[in-house]
Design a protein around this ligand. Structure first.
Ligand SMILES: *[C@@H]1O[C@H](CO)[C@@H](O)[C@H](O)[C@H]1NC(C)=O
Length: 320
C-alpha cells in the first residue's frame, strides 16, 4: 500500500513536469489567438485615422452655405427718408430705423429739412447701427407751408429727396456718416420711405432685384384700404386709385423703387417742387420709365407690404 502511494505520487509528479515543459515550449510559439488581436489593432488604427480626419475637418472653416447668398452679393437698398423737426420726430425715426435694421445690405439716406445736422438726428443715426449718410437741406421759403395752410397744399420733402439723388449721383454735401457716393457699377435700388409710414421687412426683399422701376400696392392711402397697380398676365395694365386716375403714374411715394443704374443713367430725373398736387411721383417717374414697363412685385401686386397713414394727430397729411 505504501509503495503504491509512492508510485501514484511519482506518476503525478511526472505528468506535472511534462505539463509544465509543454507549457514552457508553447510560450513564444505563434498561437491562433493572434489574428483576432491583429484585426482589433487594425480597427483601432482605422478609428485613430478617422478621428484625426474629423479633427482636421473641424479646424477647416465651414463651407459657405448656398442659401441665402452672401450679403455682399446682394444689391444695396438705398432708403431715402426726408425728415423735419416736430414733436413725434424722434419716435417715428426710432420706429423706422428699427425696421430698417432688420434688412441686410441697406444704406439709409436721412435728409433733414434744416440748415444743418441737428443733435437729435445725429445721435439717433450714430446709435442706430445702420450704414447711413446724413444730409441736410432747408426747404426754400417759397415752398414752405404758410401759417394755417393745410399740409397737402405743398408737397413736403421735395428738396430733401432731390438732395439724396444728388448725393447718389456725385456725392458731396454729407454732414455725417458715409461721405462717398456708391462706386461706379454698384448694384442697388433706391426707395423713398417717409418716416411716418409702416413697412414690412418683406417689402425690401420684393424691391431688391429691381431692373428698372418696380411697383406694388400700398395700404391705407388715398382714402382706400389700398392703392396700387392692376396687373394682367404679369404686366401693369392700370391703377387702382380713388383720386385722379389719369395721372401718368397714379402711385404713392411708398409704392415704387428705382434701380440705381437707371437713376444714374438719367441725370435730369428729379422731383419737381412745382408739380400739381398728387403729381410729384409722376414728375420723377416720367423721366425714367414707360408705365407699361413697370415691374409688378408682391405676387403680381396682390399683397400689401407697406402702409401709409394720414389724418394722424400731427396733421401732416389730409385725405385727398
Ligand atoms: C404673375 O403672373 C404671371 C402671368 O400670369 C405668372 O407667370 C407669374 O408666375 C405670376 N407671378 C407671381 C409671383 O405670382
Amino acid at each position: 500500500m505504501k509503495l503504491k502511494l509512492k508510485n501514484v505520487f511519482l506518476a503525478y509528479f511526472l505528468v506535472s513536469i511534462a505539463g509544465l515543459l509543454y507549457a514552457l515550449v508553447q510560450l513564444g510559439q505563434p498561437c491562433d489567438c493572434l489574428p483576432p488581436l491583429r484585426a482589433a489593432a487594425e480597427q483601432l488604427r482605422q478609428k485613430d485615422l478617422r478621428i484625426s480626419q474629423l479633427q482636421a475637418d473641424l479646424r477647416r472653416p465651414p463651407p459657405a452655405p448656398a442659401q441665402p447668398p452672401e450679403p455682399e452679393a446682394l444689391p444695396t437698398i438705398y432708403v431715402v427718408t426726408p425728415t423735419y423737426a416736430r414733436l413725434v420726430q424722434k419716435a417715428e425715426l426710432v420706429r423706422l430705423s428699427q425696421t430698417l435694421s432688420l434688412v441686410p445690405r441697406l444704406h439709409w439716406l436721412l435728409v433733414e429739412d434744416a440748415e444743418g445736422p441737428t443733435p437729435l438726428v445725429s445721435g439717433l443715426l450714430a446709435a442706430s447701427g445702420l450704414l447711413f449718410t446724413h444730409l441736410a437741406v432747408l426747404t426754400p421759403k417759397a415752398q414752405r407751408l404758410r401759417e394755417g395752410e393745410p399740409g397737402w397744399v405743398r408737397p413736403r420733402g421735395v428738396e430733401q429727396r432731390n438732395r439724396a439723388l444728388d448725393w447718389l449721383r456725385s456725392g458731396g454735401g454729407a454732414v455725417g456718416g458715409e461721405k462717398d457716393p456708391p462706386p461706379p457699377g454698384t448694384q442697388g435700388v433706391v426707395y423713398f420711405a417717409d418716416d411716418d409710414n409702416t413697412y414690412s421687412r418683406e417689402l425690401f426683399e420684393e424691391m431688391r432685384w429691381t431692373r428698372g422701376v418696380s411697383v406694388w400696392p400700398v395700404g391705407l392711402v388715398g382714402g382706400l384700404r389700398f392703392e396700387g397697380p392692376r396687373v394682367q398676365d404679369g404686366r401693369v395694365v392700370g391703377f387702382h386709385t380713388a383720386w385722379e386716375p389719369n395721372r401718368p403714374f397714379p402711385v404713392d411715394m411708398a409704392g415704387f423703387a428705382i434701380a440705381l443704374s437707371l437713376l444714374l443713367a438719367k441725370p435730369n430725373a428729379r422731383f419737381d417742387a412745382t408739380a400739381p398736387r398728387g403729381h410729384l411721383e409722376s414728375s420723377l417717374l416720367s423721366h425714367l420709365v414707360d408705365p407699361k414697363d413697370l415691374e409688378p412685385r408682391a405676387a403680381n401686386c396682390t399683397r400689401v407690404r407697406g402702409w401709409r397713414f394720414w389724418c394722424g394727430t400731427h396733421g401732416r397729411r389730409s385725405p385727398r
